[in-house]
Design a protein. Structure first.
Length: 188
């Protein structure tokens, strides 16, 4: 009877693993496509804003767009990582306990790819790319507004508040991208 229960439990764990990997795969596709959406957004906003001096206010759209897209990217990236950690820590140990094994080769890929020697360099470059895409381009956009706008000082002082707010949002997303970059754990 115990063997049948173990078989059922094993099938449940494997189904859970399958569903988690499906969700992880789906989130990876969505997360990676957000980068292309952000690049298109940057190009469209810069093109529109630079095209006519009356359109310089469009530079203020980019930081908000980058914040929203960057936050969405970050949330998906965090869930992808959480799924991997759950599989490594919880699901693997449940299966090992069920099988009365201490074999760490169950779901070995969840561990193997993190031990690659060049992982730290890739993680650092990925962090740089994410900061450039979601933060630096937005900060550059605010700078371009103030650089190109020839509006009167009263109007510039009013939009300065908006510019400062957007800079704060970009700093917040930049800090969070750094915190969740997984650099400290890249060789674990």
């Amino acid at each position: 009877m115990r063997k049948i229960e173990n078989n059922i439990l094993f099938k449940i764990y494997m189904e859970e693993y399958s569903k988690l990997k499906d969700e992880q795969r789906s989130r990876i596709g969505f997360r990676d496509n957000l980068k292309y959406v952000t690049l298109v957004s940057i190009g469209a906003i810069f093109s529109y804003a630079i095209g006519d001096p009356k359109n310089y206010y469009a530079f203020f759209l980019l930081p908000m767009s980058n914040f929203i897209l960057g936050w969405t990217w970050l949330l998906n990236d965090e869930k992808i990582t959480s799924i991997g950690i759950y599989i490594q820590n919880n699901l693997t140990s449940c299966i090992n306990e069920l099988l009365k094994s201490s074999d760490s080769t169950i779901f070995a890929w969840e561990y193997f790819h993190k031990k690659e020697k060049k992982r730290m360099g890739r993680k650092m470059l990925q962090l740089l790319a994410n900061e450039l895409l979601y933060c630096i381009s937005g900060l550059f956009s605010v700078f371009l507004f103030f650089h190109y706008s020839n509006t009167n000082p009263f109007i510039v002082s009013k939009v300065l508040i908006l510019g400062c707010f957007e800079i704060i949002l970009l700093i917040i997303i930049g800090i969070n991208i750094f915190i969740y970059s997984d650099i400290k754990d890249s060789n674990s």
